[in-house]
Write a protein that binds this ligand. Structure first.
Ligand SMILES: Cc1cc2nc3c(=O)[nH]c(=O)nc-3n(C[C@H](O)[C@H](O)[C@H](O)COP(=O)(O)OP(=O)(O)OC[C@H]3O[C@@H](n4cnc5c(N)ncnc54)[C@H](O)[C@@H]3O)c2cc1C
Length: 423
């Protein structure tokens, strides 16, 4: 198979992954003097910070996804190939993909990360991750289908297991999906499922460490905990999930929760690409780079975003956090340096500017840490909405999301609670 891309006299930059980092890089290079080849296993870009809203039936999947081909229409130096990248041959300067090999002059790895099941194959096979739009759709279908089943289940134990939802992981994703499902319980269940007793729907949040949002300040953790408890989420910490079998989730503290829905958001590890030197792979599979995002021990190969870890930044000795801003800023650094290289100018190292961190906890509640200030409640929630609305790609998506949010805020009468299965 051939990837079918003509060589021109321009240097070719191949970007693996069109997520937040890869897409930003491609956009920044469109007017530069390069041929750009973007390879992604999907034909669309997705916006992970709003995935939990798709999973909880608050947004359409198409509102947070954007087809790559639409974005670069009419750009003759840009090529998109939908393919899974399996490996790299650095001697021959080519990547190996499901549609054949593609040669590069410069390669940028931006394939992100995947859910970490910590080697537990049983948990991987039975729980529900929430890392992509398609996983969010599976989660939405499972929650809705289990509620439908609960309506007609006569055995009280089975009915309870269908109504219990367990979220494993107390980071931002865990807090956000627990809050969203708790809002669903509060505002939707009684109306949509009048034959179910909404008070019997129990949402558990199992967290391995002793506070939620452990990457944030303890004050934000305490606030998130308080807000989730107000939504009747049962927080169980510090304890970790040890087993999920026969519809029962067990934890290290001996807790046994009967449930048909376990949402697994307890960590990530970098996506693997074959053919990189062994000593360029660090903790949780992250590809080690220098301050210019160049992969350790390699020439003309860069790695950015969740898949990478920049070494040598004294402020971040363990690497930068795996967040959107890091991926976006690294993409800008690499784009600028590739252009400087062409002009023979001096390269500039990556320097992370922390613009702040936020997490929402249901309606009207959020925590934020911005420019040394920590705050929560409605102001943080409103800011969260604005920041995410601004970041989403496309006017249509922005409009749809805003309309959905306003409609949802007023009456919760969404028509998104459909169980849609592809045949
Ligand atoms: C549910 C969720 C919520 C989040 N919320 C926030 C938040 O509120 N704020 C924040 O700052 N960060 C948040 N993050 C983290 C943020 O989304 C990531 O840090 C960011 O997306 C990293 O960008 P990236 O380009 O490295 O990877 P990604 O954006 O994950 O993109 C990776 C791309 O690579 C493609 N890909 C993967 N493997 C292959 C392969 N083998 N071949 C071809 N293509 C491949 C994927 O399809 C994808 O398009 C969240 C993440 C998740 C999952």
């Amino acid at each position: 198979m051939k990837a079918n891309i003509e060589r021109t006299d321009k240097k070719r930059v191949v970007i693996v992954g069109g997520g937040l980092g890869g897409l930003e890089l491609a956009v920044k290079l469109t007017d530069a003097d390069f041929q750009v080849v973007l390879v992604d296993k999907n034909n669309y870009h997705q916006f992970p910070p709003l995935i939990y809203q798709v999973a909880s039936a608050g947004l359409e999947p198409s509102s947070i996804s954007f087809p790559f081909r639409r974005l670069f229409q009419g750009n003759k130096d840009f090529f998109f190939r939908m393919a899974t990248v399996e490996g790299v041959n650095t001697n021959e300067k080519k990547i190996i993909t499901s549609v054949g090999s593609i040669h590069y002059d410069y390669l940028v790895l931006a394939a992100g990360a995947k859910t970490n099941f910590f080697g537990n194959k049983e948990i991987e096979a039975t729980t529900l991750p929430m890392k992509s739009v398609s996983e969010a759709m599976r989660l939405r279908n499972t929650i809705l289908r289990n509620l439908e089943k609960a309506e007609t289940e006569e055995d009280p134990k089975k009915k309870q297991a269908l109504m219990n939802i367990v979220v494993v992981g107390g980071g931002a994703s865990g807090v956000e999906i627990a809050g969203a499902v708790a809002e669903m319980k509060k505002n939707v269940i009684q109306r949509d499922y009048p034959d179910l007793d909404a008070s019997q729907m129990h949402i558990y949040l199992v967290n391995a460490v002793d506070r939620l949002l452990s990457a944030m300040d303890p004050a934000s953790s305490a606030r998130a905990e308080r807000d989730l408890k107000a939504l009747h989420v049962h927080i169980r910490q510090p304890q970790f999930a040890t087993e999920y079998k026969d519809g029962v989730l067990k934890t290290s503290a001996g807790l046994e929760i009967p449930t048909e829905t376990v949402i697994w958001v307890s960590g990530i590890c970098a996506n693997h690409i074959d053919g990189l030197p062994e000593d360029s792979i660090g903790h949780a599979g992250r590809i080690l780079t220098d301050r210019f995002c160049q992969v350790k021990g390699l020439q003309d190969v860069y790695a950015i975003g969740d898949q990478s870890l920049v070494e040598g930044d004294e402020e971040y000795p363990l690497g930068h956090p795996q967040l959107a801003q890091v991926a976006l800023q690294q993409a800008k650094t690499v784009a600028a340096n590739l252009q400087r290289m062409q002009k023979g100018e001096e390269l500039k190292p990556f320097k992370y500017h922390n613009l702040g961190v936020m997490a929402t906890i249901g309606r009207n509640h959020a925590v934020a840490e911005i420019a040394g200030k920590k705050f929560g409640g409605f102001p943080a929630w409103a800011l969260w909405l604005v920041v995410h609305l601004r970041s989403i790609l496309g006017v249509k998506n922005k409009t749809f999301i805003l309309l959905n949010w306003v409609w949802n805020y007023i009456n919760y009468k969404q028509s998104l609670r459909l169980i849609l299965k592809a045949k």
